[in-house]
Design a protein around this ligand. Structure first.
Ligand code: ATP
Ligand code: MG
Length: 460
């Protein structure tokens, strides 16, 4: 499918000739007549490249370029400079323009500049993507944020250490399963088995025989001797998922086995040596469970030898574009689609959302969206309502000049105002000037409004 090029120039002749020529060269083109229109077109159509004149009415090219650098840092922009406009060409390059063509220019020269910038950009994106995807060889775990890099460093250290216990903590859907499998798959026990058990799945008595096995006749149903997971996983890894849900009685038995590095089958008398590394995962904060008396402190310390925190997605929003790309590519392959990605406005919504279900929720949203998608770029309207109506609004959720959509049942305007003030203050850590900037008002106006919406009876 051909790349879309946005031509932005106030001179009709230049617009027309560039569009004509690039269309002949197999590109798809769009045009805009000033910087403001250019920004709108970029948000709406997510072009692959922009060719932009610097001198334009309403909003000039440098202003538009500055704004594009903030919202679409990866979008290549080629600027058209007037004869002798060296200063502005330098400034444009400094602002990250992918190249420039000087007026009067030859159309072939323009095409070459466009092709070169597109190729460079494709390469850069690919490198970035591969680096994020294959960092440390953990091909399945996508992410390049500082938090994820720290995680990869820990994983890399674990490749050489045969840690007896690892504790993986993180909210639901952050990728704890992936992490556990990566530890096994690249660690010293990779040739051994990987067995997993969900600690919520079984009642206590069954759990014990599942883990340690039982001798024939140990209880009524025990017709034959059965080896437990600790034996079956010998030489490998036992993954205890949702360890926070393990009943207290079982916690004691597990601790004893881990401490002694041996165990007995239920009903058995012989000690069986243990040759298993345990990876435990939980989406609860185990320390809090200890405080609440639901988790044994001694077992907590035993597991906590190598703690791994998998960060929530909202704490690493910079990973969202590369995760989206990853899921779109996967879906393109499995469904034979050619979805190119998201428009800038959609990405804004994706990056702003809180993602309570973390990467799993993101994957589900992208899956649903791609399956239903008619066009080849994901627009805000294609996204589910919880993303479109987050109260920040993207281009498509917006009505003229207002980014919010009034719900059917109406709103409590003061409540909305209070909510926005609180969110702005929370996001800026209570910094009033920064909060005021987020809301587009003065600090004085912010204080006035805070006073106004304060719930009755509250002072200070
Ligand atoms: N960093 C990542 N890169 C690519 N895919 C990811 C990443 N993190 C999570 N996923 C995907 O998100 C989904 C959920 O991940 P996973 O099952 O590992 O989460 P979890 O933390 O174990 O969740 P739960 O607490 O509910 O068990 C999976 O499909 C997984 O492949
Ligand atoms: Mg899991």
């Amino acid at each position: 499918m051909s790349d879309t090029i946005l031509i932005c120039d106030d001179e009709e002749l230049i617009r027309w000739s560039l569009c004509e020529h690039l269309e002949q060269e197999g590109f798809h083109t769009l045009s805009a007549t000033n910087g403001k229109e250019c920004l709108e077109a970029v948000r709406e159509h997510a072009p692959a490249l922009v060719v932009m004149d610097l001198k334009m009415p309403v909003m000039d090219g440098l202003t538009a370029l500055r704004s594009l650098r903030e919202t679409d840092p990866d979008l290549p922009v080629i600027v058209i400079t007037a004869h002798g406009g060296v200063e502005s060409a330098i400034e444009a390059t400094r602002l990250g323009a992918a190249g420039y063509i000087a007026k009067p220019f030859d159309l072939r020269e323009a095409t070459i500049a466009v092709r070169r910038a597109l190729a460079e950009n494709r390469l850069r994106r690919e490198v970035h993507y591969l680096r994020a995807r294959d960092r440390g060889g953990y091909a399945e775990i996508v992410g390049d944020s500082p938090a994820m890099r720290r995680l990869f460093e820990t994983l890399q250290r674990l490749e050489r250490i045969d840690a007896p216990t690892v504790l993986v903590q993180g909210e639901s859907g952050t990728g704890k399963d992936l992490v556990a499998r990566a530890i096994h798959g690249r660690g010293p026990r990779k040739t051994g088995p990987f067995m997993e058990i969900d600690c919520t799945a079984l009642p206590e008595h069954l759990f014990e025989s599942e883990l340690f096995g039982h001798e024939r006749g140990a209880f009524t149903d025990a017709r034959a001797t059965k080896r437990g997971l600790f034996e079956v996983a010998s030489g490998g890894v036992l993954f205890l998922d949702e360890i926070g849900e393990l009943p207290l009685g079982m916690q004691a038995k597990l601790l004893r086995a881990l401490e002694n590095r041996k165990f007995r089958r239920v009903g058995g008398v012989a000690d069986i040596p243990m040759n298993v590394a345990v990876i435990a995962a939980t989406n609860r904060t185990l320390r809090d469970e200890v405080k609440a008396g639901r988790f044994r402190e001694d077992l907590f310390f035993r597991l906590h030898v190598v703690p791994i925190e998998v960060p929530a997605l909202r704490e690493r929003r910079e990973d969202i574009p590369v995760l989206v790309h990853h899921f779109v590519e996967k879906l393109n392959k499995s469904f034979g689609r050619n979805v190119k990605g998201t428009s800038g406005a959609s990405m804004e919504l994706l990056q702003r959302y809180r993602w309570p279900g973390n990467v799993r929720e993101l994957r589900n949203v992208i899956e649903r969206t791609v399956i239903l998608l008619q066009e080849d770029v994901i627009q805000p309207v294609d996204l589910p309502p919880e993303l479109r109506f987050q109260g920040g609004g993207g281009a498509a959720a917006a009505t003229q000049g207002c980014p919010f959509v009034l719900p059917e049942e109406g709103v409590d305007l003061e409540g909305v105002e209070r909510g926005l003030l609180e969110q702005a203050l929370a996001r800026t850590g209570g910094n009033q000037s920064a909060a005021a900037r987020l809301l587009g008002i003065s600090r004085y106006a912010l204080r006035y409004r805070m006073e106004k919406v304060k719930p009755p009876g509250q002072t200070g």
